[in-house]
Design a protein. Sequence first.
Lengths: 186, 186
Amino acid sequence: MAFLMEAGRLTAVERATWTVDGARMENSAEHSWHLALFAMTLSDEAPEGVSIDRVIRMLLLHDLVEIDSGDLPFFADGAEDSAAQAAAETRAADRIFGLLPPDQGAAFRALWDEFEANETLDARFAKALDRFQPPNLNLATGGGSWTTYNVDAEMVRRRVGTRISNGAPSLWAWLSPRIARFFTKD
Amino acid sequence: MAFLMEAGRLTAVERATWTVDGARMENSAEHSWHLALFAMTLSDEAPEGVSIDRVIRMLLLHDLVEIDSGDLPFFADGAEDSAAQAAAETRAADRIFGLLPPDQGAAFRALWDEFEANETLDARFAKALDRFQPPNLNLATGGGSWTTYNVDAEMVRRRVGTRISNGAPSLWAWLSPRIARFFTKD
């Protein structure tokens, strides 16, 4: 129960993306739920060999480290290559997964490590969804965090598109023209 | 995408339970995430034959109807036997799962119907977790919604304990003395 109550603090971690109704910033707990629902709903877009149930579990856990390290927006300065952030997340993983019984803690940690490494098919699909959801919220809210960070189409393609097409090519094929249309409109 | 963006509105549905840090009321999106994490973490407490992956999927969906019908707190007047609420939830399920392609809509709806019917092992475990999480948040926040609704130990046992012990006897055995201790202390 120590782990589950500590995990509840993820509701206090604010992200840089607006909720779909534009009412406020999304937090990392509801973001994790939304992503798990994306995985469940978009299972037909997963490359062959992906286990959706493993992807869902990965996504439920993927942001827990932010309880200690906070969320670093994609488009914030230095977000692309932050060794300090990575070190903070590793310390957070040690502490938070350390609240579990050892065997279970190791299993959860292995799933988080796999997500972070972004190498297996499951991790690449999970990571693709993590990059796929915010643009859809931005499109639904007239720009959202793209406006906040003064982002252009090329930055979206480079920082978001690369990851999406790496894990879920068909989702990037679907999203890419919608993003292009949004930025042309401006 | 219509379904997934509509689902995002679950972040705007406020529940009667406080978040673990006591900062504000929990919303149904983050509640759904927390429950899925409970299922994943407490899998050893599930009765034999339960599929945790199906339980997780059920919990990710279980509150979507509240986008239209709102959350009815356990201890609110009339919460135990509200035909009006049930009818509103059925209309909501028709509309929300109707946003999906027909086959997928039917599959998601079947999972929600199974949860609501509370008969299968998976549904009973999922429902037990839905009743198990709020008392833990209440204990962590010094009473939480029990204080708001002026609830006593007997009401908790009747409205919450019955469901928990029906789907996850070992979790009720663990929780029950903690609840008794809390109310004795007052």
